[in-house]
Design a protein around this ligand. Structure first.
Ligand SMILES: N[C@@H](CCC(=O)N[C@@H](CS)C(=O)NCC(=O)O)C(=O)O
Length: 202
């Protein structure tokens, strides 16, 4: 299978971390949808990354569906709980929280790329505040635990680390580590995992 993406997309990172953590063989192909001739536009009607092309040509999108599918391919590890519906719900809700951070941080990024006189301060404020609130919520939910959910790594950890790495990339001035020491401790442990190190390589 082939994963189409770019290094800057946090959703691509999330999907890639799932494949890497589960040791699922795949080819990672850098394919910005904005480039002429991008394969993304041929396989995903939405023209978005990540797009996972299976060996028979079937294209899986978006990152949550890719994560869900990839998690069914083996049990080592199980990243989305299968037997406990509430544990599963908690993991999916963590994913939604992390995806929401990505969504708002991307709105902020896109807005700030517009000419200054075209930028909406209201949009910037609303989405920056959403990120702040989501980080407060994540820090409180995590507490001093080692993992976001249960006693092992799950999709929740992979989604959250992807969101935080995106903040480091695009909102370096946001000092979330000082505001949330517990998240910082958790982050340094997770970001030392081989999957995250590989996903940082160009
Ligand atoms: N909800 C989608 C969001 C995917 C998305 O918005 N990807 C962005 C990149 S971060 C994209 O492909 N934008 C079009 C572009 O880069 O041209 C997911 O989780 O996969």
């Amino acid at each position: 299978m082939k994963l189409l993406g770019t290094h800057t997309s946090p959703y691509v990172r999330k999907a890639r971390l799932v494949l890497l953590e589960k040791n699922i063989p795949h080819e990672y192909v850098i394919d910005p949808p904005s480039e002429p001739g991008s394969l993304v536009l041929q396989v995903n009607p939405l023209g978005r990354i990540p797009a996972l092309i299976l060996d028979d040509g079937f294209c899986v999108f978006d990152s949550s569906v890719i994560a869900d599918y990839a998690d069914t391919l083996n049990d080592a590890p199980v990243l989305i709980p299968r037997t406990d519906p509430l544990a599963r719900l908690r993991v999916k809700r963590w994913e939604a929280l992390a995806d929401g951070i990505m969504d708002s941080a991307i709105v902020v990024r896109n807005e700030s790329l517009r000419a200054e006189d075209k930028q909406s301060q209201a949009v910037l404020d609303m989405h920056n505040l959403a990120v702040t609130h989501a980080l407060d919520y994540a820090a409180q939910l995590l507490g001093e635990r080692e993992w976001c959910e249960g006693d092992a790594i799950t999709l929740a950890d992979l989604a959250l680390v992807s969101a935080l790495l995106y903040l480091d990339l695009r909102q370096a001035a946001r000092d979330w580590r000082s505001a949330h020491a517990n998240l910082a401790v958790w982050f340094s442990r997770i970001s030392a995992r081989p999957s995250v190190i590989v996903s940082n390589r160009l």
